[in-house]
Ligand binder design. Sequence first.
Ligand code: SF4
Length: 310
Amino acid sequence: MPLLVRLPNWLGDLLMARPMLHALRAMTGAQGLVVVGPRPLLDLLAPEQLWDRALDRGAREWPRAEVAVVAPPSFSSAWRAWTSGARRRIGFRGEWRDALLTDALHRPPRGESHLSREYLALAQRAGASEVPLPALPADRPAEALGACAVLAPGAVYGPAKRWPEAGFIEVGRALTARGIAVLVCGAQGDAPVCERVAAGIPGARSLAGRTSLAEQAGLCAAAAIAVSNDSGLAHLAAAVGCRTVTVFGSTSSAWTQPLGPHVRVVQQAPVFAPCFQRTCAIGLPCLTRIEAGHVLAAVDALFAASPEAA
Ligand code: SF4
């Protein structure tokens, strides 16, 4: 009987769940693994060939499994695992769902442990062991881009994750002056901010909403550097091995710093951060205190630490 994994619903969370998925794959082999998740995220991970069968999260029925590992903390995901008939159902406590799980794991306070370790603990409860995490495969664009940078000034979560546009423009201009072309990237909803940022940087292009996740991964793999808010795109860039600078505002870098070999975080949090709010009542000092010079220093540190990457 297969092992079933309900994957997270958000891009960043999914990429932080890759250590869990690789651990389970190493334990069962691809033939033993069935995954359930949002179709675009399944398509992104498909080249890793980690599973035998993938179902969209809207699938009416889950196949019966011996063990179901449930990454989302929602009641509905635990309910689906329970109704699937899985003998063991492993997930996090909370959301009134403990009785639906056979193994309801306690989560530490946010930031005490990295989210990837929390997900990995689910796999370990199923009997898996941690394995080395490879880079996410990505097809670089056929078109030669030359030295380029990806800037990602959007964040679906809300303003308390968005470093001011002027900072991105200043960083983009500094990179352009070094001969690095700038691509401003994001989802469809980020298009207005991406276009404003691109308009402020000589020669920059906005690609927001015009690429699939796989294409965006390829762009990041080809880029010399990515500078992003704490968003899914930061996690994607880090996962493919791109040098990645991530600006954090109201959230916790200890909890959700992108996973990758070349990552730097810029955070100037007041003493009461992280507050995890989407908006700020006091003028966002956690983000407005961050200057372009702080971000450029992180860029330079990454270039100095990994001159050979990309
Ligand atoms: S309350 Fe503090 S941490 Fe939260 S968004 Fe405002 S400045 Fe940032």
